[in-house]
Design a binder for this molecule. Structure first.
Ligand code: T1G
Ligand code: NAD
Length: 645
């Protein structure tokens, strides 16, 4: 069957794209669509066209597998033919109209959308820009400031915002297709879109926009190219701007950044696939238990509450339970401020939270996540108690950062129901969930982890048991090497600057100060007894911790935060220089390139060891962990991708 079909009813042609899962515009879809366009032109019985899609969504854009290898017929040519059609076309939008899908809708003469629909030009997230007229058509429909935001940030807008901005003509009230037909009849045959002026571009300060965007993009090229294309749209004829947009698109489509970003797109979707393919029935997630309501426990509770679950949060005493509730409430307030929920959503979420000190309150939960202090003896005690009270079908998870999940499972009578669920702070925001599979973890526990990731809209990556799993193990390795660089002559601010100019969201020292230096300190102390005597060890971080410098929470860490912002502290420089002298290192200068090369080399070697030991399921998973959990620049594709690039 052809992916695009057409049937004519009372002079109206219904052109329907049907190419699961998301109606992407692959070459066969384009060929079939071009054919439908030609048939419309030839059939004088047709007075108008409703363009719609089968399945759950309108067109999700070009087929990402084909980017960089353009095949005829080209989308811009098909869109030009639709725009120049002798009859009006109306796009009937449901689900998402993204990228080439929205460009297709904009080439039509009218647009109607279901109220739940979303529309966007997300191309920059793939390292490209709209390549089928999006930068030229969008600012003729919506004000230029809206077009700049939509195209340079790549975030979709909802149907109501699209209506207000002028991107769609009406919202469907009951039946999308019959209302689309009605719109065809009402549509004024106005001036063709490309002959209209761009909207409200005079007020734009292009230099200022570029400056702000350059800072925000952290080395990504596509947003800046997209802005330049919008500037073309405002300053050139439509025809010239379309040609310039196409040039930029073709150049970016073969760039290293776009190749890297496409790799990440597919790697994120492949991550955790082994959890989805399991036959086992996952635990029910309508009521989930959380033990410990500190930084992580409260964040995990918020993530669950926002996803609609009931949460039973167990703390060690009444005062800690009250503190945990306040922490959850404050986090929900912050979520409301960011527009994630409204006031009634906030109240309803808080209503779904119950705090307790007694494990008996947990018996209705099929999943319990432990997030108490990082202390093996305490965690063993918690698991033994859980094992005693929870029904045998319940799944027991630990949020430990480093501890041995197998040893914890060993304290229970049912080790097959125990696994690690390693969330990242803040747990209600960070997308990554490392699923730690113990040697005895059973399929139901794993299937539950997969279901939980979907429920919370997180990306699950499976890891086996080792010190630090995938992410913390790699971070420990490069953090150690960074400390060696400090001993050899570098300073924290130089290493942070090198990482940030490579594109990391934050350098390793600012990150450590933010999350606190104490967890890793405790872990180093725990390992001290078994550390080989000849292993190189830098004492700088230990010295800072001993001096009470535990990071931002104590006002001082690798930096001084007395003014709120990280400030270089001579006391830290002095400690580093002393440690260099003690280790008999001659201090020397490091270039940014040298610093980054060393960090990447260590990340890649540790990543390879993790693969060789079977800790991670694939090199792509390691890239996903470093990008979604540790601030590795997405447009660089991840450390393992760089070894292949
Ligand atoms: N091409 C190819 N495959 C795609 C695809 C696409 N555009 N979009 C999704 N898939 C696959 C995906 O890999 C997965 O496969 C399955 O569909 C379901 O996706 C000319 C050049 C539409 C919001 O960037 O944002 O247009 O893993 O798991 O959560 O200017 O997919 O099952 O085998 O993500 O419901 C611009 C990308 C392209 C949109 C649905 N468009 N897609 O989310 O399902 S460039 C995009 C999405 C372009 C033009 C330019 C989301 C979604 P598998 P999923 P979902
Ligand atoms: P935290 O100190 O902020 O919170 C721990 C909470 O556990 C406290 O509220 C405490 O009252 C409670 N608690 C202690 N003993 C208890 C008991 N017997 N019963 C019930 N509650 C008890 O610690 P955190 O940063 O939230 O870390 C918790 C766990 O998550 C640790 O295992 C840590 O390694 C891991 N983790 C932390 C981070 C992070 O960035 N902080 C990230 C991932 C994982």
């Amino acid at each position: 069957m052809q992916p695009v079909t057409m049937h004519v009813r009372e002079g109206i042609a219904h052109v329907v794209i049907d190419s699961p899962p998301v109606n992407a515009l692959s070459q066969p879809v384009r060929a079939s669509l071009a054919d439908a366009v030609a048939r419309v032109e030839q059939d004088s019985q047709i007075a108008g066209v409703v363009l719609s899609c089968a399945g759950r969504t309108f067109v999700a854009g070009a087929d990402i597998n084909e980017l960089g290898a353009p095949l005829t017929p080209y989308l811009p040519d098909i869109l030009a033919d639709i725009a120049a059609s002798r009859v009006p076309w109306v796009a009937a939008i449901k689900g998402t109209a993204l990228g080439g899908g929205l460009e297709l809708a904009m080439a039509c003469h009218g647009r109607i959308a279901e109220p739940s629909a979303k529309m966007g030009l997300p191309e920059v997230s793939l390292g490209i820009l709209p390549g089928a007229g999006g930068t030229v058509r969008l600012p003729r429909l919506v004000p230029m400031t809206t077009a700049i935001t939509m195209i340079t940030a790549g975030k979709p807008i909802d149907a109501k915002a699209a209506l207000d901005a002028g991107l769609v003509d009406i919202l469907a009230e009951t039946d999308l297709l019959s209302e689309a037909e009605a719109l065809l009849h009402d549509l004024p045959m106005g001036i063709p879109l490309l002959e209209r002026p761009v909207r409200d571009a005079d007020a734009i300060d292009w230099d200022a926009e570029q400056k702000t965007l350059r800072k925000k993009s952290q080395g990504a090229q596509a947003p800046l190219e997209a802005l330049a294309a919008l500037h073309d749209a405002a300053s050139l004829s439509a025809e010239q701007a379309l040609a310039a947009e196409r040039d930029r698109f073709l150049r970016l489509a073969v760039s290293d950044q776009s190749r890297a970003l496409r790799h990440v797109f597919f790697a994120e979707r492949a991550a955790g696939r082994s959890l989805r393919d399991l036959q086992a029935e996952p635990a029910d997630l309508s009521c989930v238990g959380v033990i410990g309501g500190g930084t992580m426990g409260a964040g995990i509770a918020v993530a669950l509450l926002l996803a609609g679950s009931q949460v039973i949060l167990v703390e060690r005493d009444e005062a800690s339970a009250a503190k945990a509730r306040t922490r959850v409430d404050e986090t929900l307030t912050a979520s409301a401020k960011r527009g994630v929920i409204d006031a009634s959503g906030h109240a309803a979420a808080l209503d779904r939270l119950k705090t307790a000190q007694d494990y008996g309150a947990l018996t209705d939960c099929q999943l319990v996540i432990e997030a108490v202090f990082e202390d093996m003896a305490l965690k063993r005690e918690v698991f033994a108690r859980l094992d005693a009270v929870m029904p045998a079908s319940a799944i027991l998870a630990t949020n430990t950062s480093y501890l041995d999940v197998d040893a914890l499972a060993g304290t229970t009578a049912h080790p097959d129901r125990v696994l690690g669920l390693h969330f990242f702070a803040p747990a209600h925001v960070m997308k990554l969930l490392e699923v730690v599979r113990g040697s005895a973890t059973g399929p139901r526990a794993l299937a539950t982890a997969g279901a939980l990731a979907r429920h919370l809209r997180k990306i699950a990556v499976v890891a086996c048991v080792c010190d630090g799993f995938i992410g913390n193990r790699i971070m420990n390795a490069y953090r150690n090497d960074c400390e060696f660089m400090l001993e050899e002559g570098a300073l924290p601010q130089q290493i942070d600057a090198a990482m940030e100019s490579f594109g990391f969201a934050m350098g390793i020292y600012k990150v450590q100060d933010l999350s606190g230096l104490d967890i890793a300190w405790a872990q180093r102390k725990a390992r001290a007894a078994t550390r080989p005597a000849d292993e190189r060890y830098a004492h700088i971080a230990d010295r800072l911790c001993e001096a009470g410098r535990l990071g931002r929470k104590t006002g001082r860490g690798f930096y001084d935060y007395s003014d709120g912002k990280p400030k270089v502290d001579p006391e830290v420089t002095a400690i580093i220089e002393e440690e260099s002298a003690k280790a008999a290192r001659t201090r020397r200068d490091f270039t940014e390139r040298e610093i980054i090369d060393r960090i990447l080399t260590v990340m890649q070697a540790e990543g390879q060891a993790i693969l060789d030991e079977g800790i991670a399921e694939s090199a792509d998973d390691i890239d996903v962990v470093m990008i979604t959990g540790y601030g590795f620049p997405r447009h660089k594709g991840g450390p393992m991708w760089l070894t292949r690039g």
